[in-house]
Design a protein around this ligand. Sequence first.
Ligand SMILES: NC(=O)c1ccc[n+]([C@@H]2O[C@H](COP(=O)([O-])OP(=O)(O)OC[C@H]3O[C@@H](n4cnc5c(N)ncnc54)[C@H](OP(=O)(O)O)[C@@H]3O)[C@@H](O)[C@H]2O)c1
Length: 335
Amino acid sequence: MNTSMKALQITGYGTMQDNLCIRNIQLPEITDDEVLIEIYAASLNPHDYKTIQGKFRKMEKLTFPAQIGGDASGVIIKKGKNVKGFKTGDEVFGIVHGSVAEYGKTIEAHIVKKPANITHFEASGFPIVGMTTIQAFEYAKIKPGDKVFIHAGSGGIGSFAIQYAKNKGAFVYTTTSTNNVDLVRRLGADVVINYKKENYMNVAKDIDIVYDTLGEQYTFDAFKIIKNGGSVVSILPSEINKEVATELGLPSFVKFIFSLRSGKIERLRRIKNVFYKFLFLKVNRTENLLEISQLAEQHKIKAVIDKVFDFEESIAAFQYLSTGRAKGKVIIKIK
Ligand SMILES: NC(=O)c1ccc[n+]([C@@H]2O[C@H](COP(=O)([O-])OP(=O)(O)OC[C@H]3O[C@@H](n4cnc5c(N)ncnc54)[C@H](OP(=O)(O)O)[C@@H]3O)[C@@H](O)[C@H]2O)c1
């Protein structure tokens, strides 16, 4: 077996052009509880380029050089002696820190077997967007017949969320721009609002669940379209409040300071007795990965792939994703 591998590394905070490069590094050593995966495909997420841009430097301080990427699909080539659920040769997908690399290590709880009917490209597109969405709709207690509003239906998150909410029997509203109207319709959205032509707040009323994937003013406006007693789940922090401080694991004194004052979201939430949650993905949820795997195996959810880039084109792939215009997932072909 090789002792070195190629990995995409972040060398500092700033632009992707200046702070990303592919280098030869040592193959990771695994512990008794880990597996080593030969990565075939990795998908990119906005969290990755925001990390390079230094947007999370206060929460997740990096030591450079650092690896990048979280979603992966590949084949187990080595396993620790405590790993019981997998064997070498198994095709798996899930969360691998530093997944834009030829090999990566992870724990058993972060992966599941890849269904045979989907490719590594497709499987690598699922973990982060799928797990985040499942957790969001768990908090919102989605049920058949719910009117669910999903912002940005054509993005990585939105393209998964539309299909997932339809599988739960919901009636789905979504927003997108002109070029992506057909895509989100094909994914199952019942009401498609072209935000270039129409204000979604004139169309969507008395919504049971808003899945807020855009943040900022969109978070505050969610309370205008939600019904009394509905649920708003945000995946971008629009206001640092006690809830956000807790979810992001900020220090106790920060949580205490925010517990003393009622922010704008809390005031809006109370008016209609809305359940509000800011969600930061919990990666330790094997059951979420198993659900995704079953839905994909049963052809109930399809990965929406925008572009596949070669490993050597990783910087261009990140630059493309960071335009905010991706239609579904951006994938890196590693093997
Ligand atoms: N809290 C968490 O744990 C967590 C987890 C995952 C993701 N996130 C965050 O969730 C956000 C979405 O992630 P993603 O992977 O879906 O991003 P993405 O794939 O980059 O989203 C791109 C899509 O957003 C659409 N879009 C942009 N502005 C829009 C607007 N004003 N109205 C409607 N659609 C709009 C674009 O469609 P058009 O070109 O048609 O405008 C494009 O298809 C990111 O900010 C990410 O960081 C948070």
